[in-house]
Design a protein around this ligand. Sequence first.
Ligand SMILES: CC(C)(COP(=O)(O)OP(=O)(O)OC[C@H]1O[C@@H](n2cnc3c(N)ncnc32)[C@H](O)[C@@H]1OP(=O)(O)O)[C@@H](O)C(=O)NCCC(=O)NCCS
Length: 166
Amino acid sequence: MRRGPSRAQPQIEPTRDGLPVKISRAAERDLGQVRSLLEAARLPALPTDFPLSNLIVGLEGPLVIGAIGLEVSGLVGVLAFAAVAEGHARQGVGTSLIHALLSRANELGLRTIYLFTDRGREFFEKMSFVEIPRDAVPPQLRLTRALREASPTTPAFSLEIATRYM
Ligand SMILES: CC(C)(COP(=O)(O)OP(=O)(O)OC[C@H]1O[C@@H](n2cnc3c(N)ncnc32)[C@H](O)[C@@H]1OP(=O)(O)O)[C@@H](O)C(=O)NCCC(=O)NCCS
């Protein structure tokens, strides 16, 4: 089988269970598995135009066991989705994906990451996201799919990259 182009700078991070999980930017060949993962997690489908450069996967060998996506609008970013395969939950994969997402956001010069979700509150608060009033969400986020698809009552969160990452 012909292999695709090599991945950019993969990071190998052991999970808390000591399993090696490679955290890497997604490649075209991962997209089918990312779609299945999001479907299994009952999350919205991956948009067909989602840029690979802002899509990060956790890989166990060839298997995608986690994925996280960053939507960018000007100087702000929105965490579009985060999912870890059920059999791999609570092993630190989600944490590694958040670290990689923040690193990508930092690379893009973003200062704040927003999030709209009514699921995973404990996880995101552990990751230093704090709930904010919906009217504190910057207007430029209205252009993002994440905000357009959130219901008006979905809780909003933000994370200042400088306080968490620098
Ligand atoms: C949310 C999610 C991505 C977390 O991934 P994960 O790999 O299990 O997270 P981690 O193992 O890195 O968890 C880190 C910490 O977050 C907290 N946490 C994670 N999942 C939790 C849960 N279900 N309940 C309570 N706290 C939780 C814990 O404090 C955990 O540390 P601990 O295991 O030492 O107690 C995963 O549960 C998931 O895919 N959920 C379904 C999809 C979803 O709801 N996504 C969020 C909306 S987009």
